[in-house]
Design a protein around this ligand. Sequence first.
Ligand SMILES: [Zn+2]
Length: 386
Amino acid sequence: MKSFWKAFYYDGRTAERHEVEISLSPEALCVKKDGKEALWRLDEVDQTQGFNKGEPVRLEKGGEALIINDAEFVVSLYSMAPAHAARFKRPDRMGRGVLLISLSAFLTIAIGLGVYFWAIPAMVRVATANIPPSVEDRLGRSYVSGLTGMVPQCTSPEIIDSTDRILKKLESAVPGHPYDFKLYVLKNETVNAFAAPGGHIVLLSGLIEATESPEELAGVMAHEMQHVLKKHSTQAIFKDLSTGVLFSFAFGDLQGLSGAVRTMEGLRYGRNLEEEADKKGMELLVRAGIDPEGMVGFFEYLWECECKKEKKDKKASVLEYLSTHPATENRVEYLKKNLGSVSPRNYEPLLPGVDWERVKNSCSGGPPGGKEKQDEEAQKTDEVDT
Ligand SMILES: [Zn+2]
């Protein structure tokens, strides 16, 4: 162990730096300058620098200061003057401290990620499985009330009657379910539909107008009903907002909670949940005696729009639906596969005697026209533009 160290001395009156030699004893520091020795009692010395690795150690006594550019100095001081060790900090120990801080920060982040990606989804699954339908109903009602406050509802008796009849028919194929399904038809040209917890299903008039038959609309409705029956929408709300939701929920602030997720896009689900809603939705159609070809046909139509990537208004609004649902090519493929496993039968028309062209346009009051007509119009506009 060293007994002498080179250091720089400042007298506190001038900025002049003096080279000195220092040595240690159990009670004092001996500073040798120009052949003269001065004793600094350790209980009068303060360390003001040298807490981090690589940093010089600065000691002060009154206005005088010593700079020792050697971390080993404090290590020696610990061994030579243990009675005063508590007044001084070892830069090497501080290095370990920094390492520990970094390690604990890393662990905190790792635990946080674990909580976010594993624990919260697991908690959400357990929690949503046990949430009573009455609470889901409140949650869904609150979610939808935000939308109905912003977007006008369609009041066309024909649309309300037709969509209600489709809903009743679908519901008849799920006996004993715990939900009170409610439909909201909102006047908006966006092609979208979504389900809120507890059985609140929102259909935008743009989507209804894009369908060619009640069977196509029933396909979308069956899909959305499955998001409710399988509690996907409840899970989505809880998962997306994770702990914030749990706190809001715990304190009964459902209004505030749903306000945070109100959006015309609806809730987002993972691909697995979308596929489950498609598969179970098709089974529901078959049980209800509704031709599942309609469901496939509608998604095929969406896929065609996606392929064309049209920028015209009507096409762009179709893409809105696609942004919240799985890639339609795969979807059409697996729906067709599911369709193949359903035993073929003759289906009765879903709404016999109903003029669907007229009904579906009765909300917007616009000129009746199927999607072929929209295609033609879009093509015409394209020709003009190009
Ligand atoms: Zn969906």
